[in-house]
Design a protein around this ligand. Structure first.
Ligand code: PNS
Length: 158
């Protein structure tokens, strides 16, 4: 069983995330989308809300499991018997942080390999942060996120 973890904040899940999940599914038998508790960040959506939006979207894809984790990612990967961590890479600006994280995770556990997947070109400029800003300023985000997420954003910024 080839299993991968796709970790992140998913605050909220976007079409770019879903594209990466679909790509990862072609490479692995099971993909666990894992929401970090991440107390340092101040998320717009609670952990429960982020998990629920993921279950309504990514959770509908075959062999995709939604989970959450506290503590080190490599420990979670080990506990789930996952040999790979998936991260989306959009532009050069992502690279520095992603490179640092991948090599640190390798240092922490040499058995966990990080695999970078590039989302569809049209999602290169997409991020949860930008989607939240557009929604906050009253813009239309329906082309960037699933309908349930667009609804959740408009309720949040009503
Ligand atoms: O979507 P994000 O916010 O870019 O995801 C970052 C995330 C959650 C993948 C990263 O912060 C993480 O792995 N956190 C878990 C704690 C951990 O293992 N930190 C050491 C990473 S080198």
């Amino acid at each position: 069983m080839r299993r991968a973890i796709y970790p992140g904040s998913f605050d909220p899940v976007t079409n770019g995330h879903l594209d990466v999940i679909e790509r990862a599914r072609k490479l692995f038998d099971e993909v666990i989308v894992a929401v970090a508790h991440n107390d340092e960040k101040q998320p717009l959506f609670s952990l429960k809300e982020r998990l629920s939006l993921l279950r309504e979207t990514a959770g509908k894809i075959d062999d995709v499991r939604i989970a959450d984790f506290n503590g080190l990612l490599v420990e979670f990967a080990k506990a789930e018997k996952a040999g790979a961590v998936i991260r989306g890479l959009r532009a050069v600006s992502d690279f520095e942080f992603e490179f640092q994280m991948a090599l640190m995770n390798r240092k922490l556990d040499a058995l966990v390999e990080t695999i970078f997947l590039m989302p569809k070109e049209e999602y290169t400029y997409l991020s949860s942060r930008i989607v939240k800003e557009i929604a906050r300023l009253g813009g239309d985000v329906s082309g960037f996120v699933p309908a349930c997420v667009a609804n959740a954003l408009s309720r949040r910024f009503k």
